[in-house]
Design a binder for this molecule. Structure first.
Ligand SMILES: [Zn+2]
Length: 94
C-alpha cells in the first residue's frame, strides 16, 4: 500500500511510498502515478518509473498533477482548501 500513516514526533503523518522500490516519495515533483487499471501505482521518476510499461494501456500523470486532480475530485479547493491548510497547520505545526 503506497499511502501509509507513520508516526513522526508523536504525530500520525500520511506518507506516499514508491510501489517499485518501497522508499518514500517526499517531493511531489519527483514522483509519477501510473494507472494501468483503477488502482494507482506510485513511482519515483527515473529508474522506478522506467521499470513500468509505457503505452496507451498504461497511462500516467505526474504526482503533483495527481494530487491536484484528487483534491479537485473531493472538493479540496478554494476556501475549503485554505481553511483545511490553516487547520492542519495549527494542529500539526506545519
Ligand atoms: Zn522508487
Amino acid at each position: 500500500m503506497p499511502i501509509k500513516f507513520v508516526t513522526d514526533d508523536g504525530l500520525y503523518c500520511p506518507r506516499i511510498y514508491c510501489d517499485v522500490c518501497g522508499l518514500e516519495i517526499d517531493d511531489c515533483q519527483k514522483g509519477n502515478v501510473c494507472h494501468p487499471g483503477t488502482d494507482p501505482v506510485f513511482v519515483h521518476k527515473g529508474d522506478c518509473d522506467r521499470s513500468q510499461p509505457r503505452d496507451k494501456q498504461y497511462p500516467w500523470v505526474e504526482l503533483r498533477h495527481f494530487m491536484v486532480y484528487l483534491g479537485n475530485n473531493v472538493g479540496f479547493k478554494g476556501k475549503v482548501a485554505r481553511q483545511a491548510w490553516e487547520d492542519a497547520r495549527d494542529m500539526a505545526g506545519l
